[in-house]
Ligand binder design. Structure first.
Ligand SMILES: *[C@@H]1O[C@H](CO)[C@@H](O)[C@H](O)[C@H]1NC(C)=O
Ligand SMILES: *[C@@H]1O[C@H](CO)[C@@H](O)[C@H](O)[C@H]1NC(C)=O
Ligand SMILES: *[C@@H]1O[C@H](CO)[C@@H](O)[C@H](O)[C@H]1NC(C)=O
Length: 264
């Protein structure tokens, strides 16, 4: 079977959605972002308005997030232009998902390929509060020590729906895969599709409620908040999906899948 064909077959399988509880948490050791300063970040919310994951708008019709944020298209609402979630500020735009495309290699036990694209039913309007996220080119890397920024609205508890939460952000240096994958840290559980970021002293991190949100290095979304071991633990940096490994897949899904699939 050739690559294009298997790609199209897998796309069909992906219409199946799984539902599971997501652990919640929030940016650790960071600070409040300036209002609408990160215009491509979106909040994934339940249809009852509860924030549960972050994402990035990469096309007027598409959001990139983590595959483990999949609670089923029918349960989700995407909010762009948000700053304080659960407070109407007049800058928000809402869209329901049309379909979810989780990566064919996503494995929920290893967290490998933890990436998902969400096609929206209606396009977001680009304006002063909403923009598209720049993505890295396929295969480009980040270097150890490079300082990146992660942002999110993570809640501190599942019952926190009444609280006001403002977008928070924190800067973190990239940790080498060698150190992150060593027996001192994640002990062999880091794949080539992951990057790690955090201080040797810990204390600053993303946390589970920030899942799917952007880790931005040099102005591009190089990482998606994926997993970790606690939050802000010195021994365990945060682990992010390496977006540059999936740039081709993202482009094929957004621009190429319909055209290519129609050949078969
Ligand atoms: C996920 O990874 C584990 C460990 O490598 C493997 O045993 C399992 O078969 C994988 N699951 C899927 C669905 O690929
Ligand atoms: C690595 O993964 C294995 C199997 O999933 C798990 O039992 C172990 O706790 C993990 N170790 C670390 C340090 O993450
Ligand atoms: C992490 O370590 C495991 C076990 O040694 C290895 O199989 C895997 O390839 C390593 N990951 C990377 C990205 O080198």
């Amino acid at each position: 079977m050739n690559l294009l064909m298997s790609f199209c077959v897998v796309l069909l399988d992906l219409m199946t959605v799984h539902s599971h509880m997501l652990k919640q948490g929030r940016i650790v050791g960071g600070y409040t972002a300036a209002p609408n300063s990160i215009k491509y970040i979106v909040s994934l919310q339940s249809t009852r308005g509860q924030h549960f994951c972050g994402g990035s708008l990469v096309h007027r019709y598409w959001v990139v997030t983590a595959a483990h944020c999949n609670i089923g298209a029918e349960h989700m609402m995407i909010v762009a232009g948000d700053y304080i979630v659960n407070t109407f500020e007049g800058t928000e735009q809402y869209a329901k998902p049309h379909r979810l495309v989780t990566h064919p290699l996503y494995n929920s036990s290893t967290n490998n390929a933890d990436i998902m694209l969400i096609k929206l039913r209606a396009p977001m309007v680009l304006n002063k509060y909403v923009s598209l996220a720049p993505l890295p080119r396929q295969g480009t890397g980040v270097v150890e020590g490079q300082v990146c920024r992660v942002s999110g609205w993570g809640y501190s508890s599942l019952g926190g729906g009444q609280a006001r939460f403002t977008l928070r952000t924190v800067t973190l240096p990239i940790v080498s895969t060698a150190r992150c994958n060593s027996s001192e840290s994640f002990n062999g559980n880091i794949t080539v599709n992951m990057i790690c970021a955090g201080y040797r002293t810990g204390g600053k991190d993303a946390c589970k409620g920030d899942s799917g949100g952007p880790l931005v290095c040099g102005g591009r979304v190089y990482g998606l908040v994926s997993w970790g071991n606690g939050c802000g633990d010195a021994k365990f940096p945060g682990v992010y999906t390496a977006v540059s490994k999936f740039r081709r897949w993202i482009d094929q899904t957004i621009y190429g899948s319909h055209l290519r699939c129609s050949k078969y």
